[in-house]
Write a protein of this length. Sequence first.
Length: 363
Amino acid sequence: MARTVAPAKWAFTPTLPLRTAPIARRPLDPVAVARHMVSVWQPLSSRVVILATSFMAWIWFSPTVTEAATISPGWVAEVLIRNYVVVLGSAGLTHLWLYTWRRQGDELGYSRPPARNKRIFLFGDQVKDNMFLTLVFAVPIGTAWEVVMWWSYGNGFNLSSSLFGQDGPLTWSGGWGHRLGFVALLLIVPVYSNNHFGVVHWLLHRGPLYRHIHAVHHKNVNVGPWSGLAMHPVEHVALFADVWLFLLVPSSPLHMLFAVMHHHVGAPLSHTGFDGIYLGRRGRNRDGADGRGPRLKLRVGDFHHQLHHRFIECNYGGLESPLDDSLGAFHDGTPAGDRRIAERRRRLAAEHRRRPATTGRAH
């Protein structure tokens, strides 16, 4: 697909126009869905980084299911400290690499860096504001949800115990059918998380919920890694609540951790403000002329969501969600998309102005 010329407000764009992923289109095209899954699960992708983090957390830095049956300060503190380390790595190191050390300059950057000397932010600084909201509220609230889920696994308050073993990595019973189910659920978790986020996010854009809660996150027009979890504490509660699925669906703690890490790791990486992070070079060119091959790029960033921060009333879900297409709120990144969403915003504003007159009360 040819690249559409990007509006001047963007320093870099991915290939445009953006399209909803095949997994969220109807009718389903199995071949297109398979190609999409191969693409999003490439080794140098944020999805693989999130899964690898989840594996390490499960194997080395989590309680056993037996230990989790009783909530104790020891393992709860271990989980909390582990989550702080994860967030300091995903948000902190990424911020240092891209914005403090400027290791790749403006290459692959979408827009301007986070703001300073703005009164709308705590301490007058966007990064400090975002760090405060993340470290004081996001990590403890996300950890609280995780602790509840560990306790539920330990006490058999979900369907997992009938299919999966109680302890250790990949020690489930039931043969290959259950093992295939284990892998299939890992593939489904990111799609589920994406759709949960989309619905919650759209609701948070409605009336008082936006003004009193979600507007905190939308102070970030130009986002950075610390912006991903910088939000009102009520929004943290709703965001991490996607783990409720694992009370109903047969699963392993790994699946629950994979969902949790989509927030602790995925939110900072999707808000980098860059389309990718250069990691080095891939060996030699074929001709060996200069001994330097093509650059290795870790795929992070989310231009689809970057558009949401700029235009507000669009792209509530992700590319794996049908929500925006169904609402007529999909912005594809092109100038034509700018015009469609501008018209949508005018229409929503007009509806809001008419509402008090027709209902007799303000909303």
